[in-house]
Write a new protein. Structure first.
Length: 274
């Protein structure tokens, strides 16, 4: 049995290694391109013997990429927090009080997932212009929260329906009020789905391009995606500097993942034990 299982495990490891290499190839090509001067037209497979740091300086000075990273971090953090909090608060009555009205509200919220954001770009732009939300961080945060909230409500509602009601009833018998039951009993059990919502919303908001391009037109408010796109357009003959801007924009995501991966795993394990 052990001899038969060994080849299958080896094939699995080989397949996983192949997939990992495919996923890392774009990052490798970005690093090699960012490390070469403009005059170096060699293959992206070949890593240069000396790193051309001027590309990164150009990305920071002309592309203003560091400020764009700070803007993206602010928008992503605030938007993800609001999506998690509002999604959980909205899903609780929809999951615990299954009435005809709540079913209709739930169906309307879920139907919003199927609407592409760009299909309502014109009315959104007009609305944000009237509200004074163009070229502001709070304006794009409102759009990001609105766009990610339906999926968050869907995930939270489905997860809450699988939780036993007896725990909440026992807390009520012990004298806990509705808010105490919600914040002390229900919310701690939502760690697994909260980790999922935070990852999906956070990555989507960090990489969002279309809406940010239209609603953030100034250098002071632009996030990473439109900043990198603008740099590509402005530096079309300098692929090394454009690649350096892309590489710098990936660093915060990698650092955040390295620090937060244990928290996500702990939350999932704690939720499964409950």
């Amino acid at each position: 049995m052990k001899d038969a299982a060994a080849p299958s495990k080896a094939l699995i490891y080989i397949g996983l290694a192949f997939i990992a290499v495919l996923q890392l190839l774009p990052f490798y090509f970005g690093l090699t391109t960012a490390s070469k001067p403009k005059t170096d037209l060699s293959s992206p497979w070949v890593f240069p013997g000396e790193i051309h740091w001027a590309n990164f300086a150009t990305a920071m000075q002309q592309g203003n990429i560091l400020q764009a990273i700070g803007n993206s971090a602010l928008v992503t953090a605030v938007s993800t927090l609001l999506v998690c909090v509002l999604g959980a608060l909205t899903a609780y009555p929809l999951a615990r009080r299954v009435t005809r009205g709540n079913r209709l509200i739930y169906a309307c919220i879920i139907s919003l997932i199927m609407i592409p954001p760009l299909s309502v770009l014109v009315p959104l732009y007009t609305l944000m212009k009237d509200l004074g939300g163009l070229n502001t961080h709070w304006g794009i945060i409102v759009l990001m929260v609105t766009g990610n909230l339906p999926l968050a409500v869907f995930l939270y509602t489905a997860f809450m329906r699988s939780l036993p009601v007896s725990i909440e009833e026992a807390a009520t018998v012990d004298g806990a009020g509705p808010l105490q039951v919600l914040f002390r009993i229900v919310f701690p059990m939502l760690r697994p789905v909260t980790a999922t919502v935070a990852i999906l919303a956070g990555v989507g908001i960090w990489n969002e391009f279309a809406l940010s391009t239209y609603f953030l037109r100034t250098d002071e408010t632009r996030t990473i995606a439109p900043a990198v796109a603008g740099f590509f357009a402005a530096q079309g003959s300098n692929p090394g500097a454009a690649a350096a801007a892309s590489v710098l924009s990936v660093v915060p995501v990698l650092v955040a993942y390295l620090f937060l991966q244990r928290s996500f795993i702990k939350g999932m394990v704690a939720g499964s034990l409950k």
